[in-house]
Design a protein around this ligand. Sequence first.
Ligand code: URA
Length: 282
Amino acid sequence: MELDARQRAMLEEMGIRVWTPMASAPADETALAKSSLRPSDGSRARVAAPSSPVERPVRAPVPMAAPAVPVGVTAPRALPTDIAAMDWDDLEAVVAGCQACGLCKSRKNTVFGVGHRQARWLIVGEAPGENEDLQGEPFVGQAGKLLDNMLKALGLARGADDAARAVYIANVLKCRPPGNRNPAPEEVLQCEPYLRRQVALLQPRIILAMGRFAVQSLLQHSLPDVATMPLGRLRGQVHSYEGVPVVVSYHPAYLLRTPQDKAKAWDDLCLAQSLMFDAGTS
Ligand code: URA
């Protein structure tokens, strides 16, 4: 991939040395992002879908039903049965009021997702942390700064308002697990219909699954053994979720702890971008 000066600078921010035939200096793996792409006015970088001029109908109460439960997982409480028919605003409202698992008791805010609702790129992370819980937006802490710089290196931005540069960022879980513990299997199961509907509404051209929980949630149906497979083995291939190509990569928080793997993450981004090029929509 041809890189311009700005993209090279962003890769330096990620701590990735761009090798050219002349380059020989070692990478500065400790460099962290210094800037994020939050809008300068401090507002949430969300681009709403065009709103309809017609008045929205009042939603009738719907019956509740529970999804299928894998053996060994506690049966989930009921979710609305019509999630698959919801539009963005209804879905966001249902998530905001969700009480389907115990995480609703400790959360300060639900974290629905952020970005352009017609973006070609969907980034899927794990779950909100403390900052995300406070601000109601995914990836706003240190890991988020790294993610923003990784996206910048590809010419993408969470606040972009043109679909070509835009991304949508969502998590597997919409509520923070207390103490930033790992998501429990039943929490992932409960939240799955929300992410599934977000994918159906967004219809992204590519999904970047960052970290083990995103990968497990998205690939569990196509790869039943995914929970036992090391993430490294799933990288470098094109997987599929609901017909959308999925590229697997490391979680930004892992990359902060393991900077020597940032170059591999860059390879993953390049693979994802090459799929966009192949589709004729970079
Ligand atoms: N880690 C995630 O996976 N998601 C966030 O929103 C923040 C940190």
